[in-house]
Design a protein around this ligand. Structure first.
Ligand code: NAD
Length: 485
């Protein structure tokens, strides 16, 4: 085993779980055994919640300007440790080192946003009647939990940790059991940044501990990022228990390509969007709808896809099960009459024979009713459908139950605006293959890609992680009679 077994992090200390149930952590890159992760016990969750509750007493009372000082230091430590953090992220997730560097850089950007919180959460005050003022303040919720997926081991935890904690909450993080190593480093860096014990805790585990989190009476709010099936389950369970919940789910992002799109830029963007992080992004291009004659662009997409080499500029998918699932989708589409223009099945990387790679795959003449057109594949695969009009393209996009992102490629501003208005997705790109809003804009989809109110990052997250306190104050009772007296 390359690394020590994964531990929980409770009250500022790494503690080994006493659970007998453990899972191996195997690198998707080459099949090397990296570590093992415990499926923690309920009592361990209770200990973490107790630590967080105790820490909340002091942490929540600190002025936000003091709380952010910890995160200025954390931001600098992320930057200082960028290379080793990226290396670890690559090893456990399978993505390339450049993608991992970009991921940690995004964590830095998220932390910088949290450091601007004092400027963002200043409340309001108004003299509402003579001698009487109303004011608002953002109060933290208490102990909160963040449950995260495998595809961004460093960035997605940092979607929630800096904002929730700077806003005065104390957190329990439940990392993905497939990639728990990056979170261990995050805990170390937060401790080195001077975060008081108990403010941030990690409990490792799988479905069982997620259910215990949803049922825990002393957890006030839960953020979840993962597949739609589990997002729905977590949202239902958490809100049934009267908790605040924001649950982000899966995606099927449509790129609508108009005949006037700039061929080179469009092809490069689409190939990069469908294959980046081996297609394991909730923002990945998954379905392309070509309007009219876009043959030249499709040819260029194939040329670009062929430049993407597994093991070089294309990482591995998370495990063998995932590789088989993706290849099955491709085979089914082929059997149903779609044409495989670039085929990523049966990919082996020399020297990394135990890695789980799928090459870039371009499937043309896909019909809207096929599974590859409708379902989230989560691999480096693009399914191309062809239609005659923009409205037909929008009909396909609108009919899909997800609604994370959609993009349009065109040089016609009016047409782009039309698609922005009509697409049923939370994040829209114009000539952008991966339309992730950068800070301070917030991240979040629509429809079956998100359950709950508000977004998970940016300004919108402030409403999720805090509650408003409204005070009405009379400073000068003898100032004369008014309607409030
Ligand atoms: P997943 O739903 O399998 O797991 C997410 C979390 O839920 C993990 O921590 C896991 O331990 C837990 N979990 C798994 N099964 C569970 C169960 N039965 N009951 C309770 N908890 C359970 O997701 P994943 O495979 O880790 O991640 C990929 C998915 O996440 C994709 O669908 C992707 O689109 C989605 N995702 C969405 C966003 C977004 O912003 N919308 C961002 C990243 C990933």
């Amino acid at each position: 085993m390359k690394y020590a077994p994964v531990q929980n992090f409770i009250n500022g200390k790494f503690i080994s779980s006493t659970s007998k149930r453990k899972l191996d952590i195997v690198s998707p890159i080459d099949g090397v055994l990296l570590s093992e992760v415990p499926m923690s016990l309920h009592i361990e969750l209770d200990n973490a919640v107790r630590a967080a509750k105790n820490a909340f007493i002091h942490w929540s009372k600190m002025p936000v300007k003091e709380r952010v000082q910890v995160f200025f230091r954390y931001r600098n430590l992320l930057e200082k440790n960028l290379q080793p953090l990226a290396q670890l992220c690559s090893e456990e997730n399978g993505k390339t080192i450049n993608e991992s560097i970009a991921e940690v850089e995004k964590s830095i950007e998220l932390t910088e946003f949290a450091c601007s919180m004092p400027q963002l959460i200043a409340g309001e005050v108004l003299e509402v009647s003579r001698g009487v003022e109303c004011r608002t303040e953002h109060a933290p919720l208490g102990v909160v939990a963040s449950i995260v997926p495998f595809n961004f081991p460093n960035m997605v935890p940092n979607w929630t940790i800096p904002n929730a904690i700077v806003l005065g909450n104390c957190m329990i993080l439940k990392p993905s059991e497939k990639v728990p190593l990056s979170s261990q480093k995050i805990a170390e860096l937060l401790k080195d940044s001077g975060l008081p014990d108990g403010v941030f805790n990690i409990i490792n585990g799988d479905a069982e501990i997620v259910e215990a989190i949803c049922d825990h009476p002393e957890i006030e709010a839960i953020s979840f990022v993962g597949s739609t099936k589990i997002a729905k389950m977590v949202y239902q369970k958490a809100t049934h228990n009267y908790k605040r919940c924001l649950a982000l789910g899966g995606a099927k992002n449509h790129l609508m390509v108009l005949p006037d799109a700039m061929p080179d830029m469009t092809a490069q963007n689409i190939a990069a969007s469908m294959s980046g992080c081996a297609g394991q992004r909730c923002m990945a291009a998954s379905a392309m709808v070509g309007v009219g004659n876009v043959d030249a662009i499709i040819n260029k997409i194939c040329d670009e896809a062929k430049k993407i080499i597994p093991g070089k500029n294309l990482g591995a998918v998370i495990n063998q099960q995932s590789k088989e699932r993706i290849e099955k989708y491709i085979t089914e589409a082929e059997e149903q009459g779609a044409k495989i223009l670039v085929d990523g099945r049966n990919t082996k990387v020399e020297g990394k024979e135990n890695g789980t790679y799928v090459g870039p795959t371009v499937i043309d003449y896909v019909k809207p009713e096929m599974a590859v057109a409708k379902e989230e594949i989560f691999g480096p695969v693009i399914s191309i459908m062809r239609v005659k009009t923009v409205d037909e393209a929008l009909e396909i996009e609108n009919a899909n139950p997800y609604g994370n992102a959609a993009s349009v490629f065109t040089q016609n501003g009016g047409m782009a605006r039309y698609i922005i208005d009509k697409a049923s997705a939370g994040m829209i790109g114009v000539n952008v293959g991966v339309p992730v809003p950068r800070e301070p804009f917030s991240f979040g989809g629509w429809n079956e890609s998100k359950f709950g109110t508000g977004d998970i990052t940016g300004k919108s997250s402030i409403e999720f992680w805090t509650k408003l306190k409204k005070s009405t104050i009379k400073w000068n009772p003898e100032a004369g009679v008014n309607w409030m007296s």
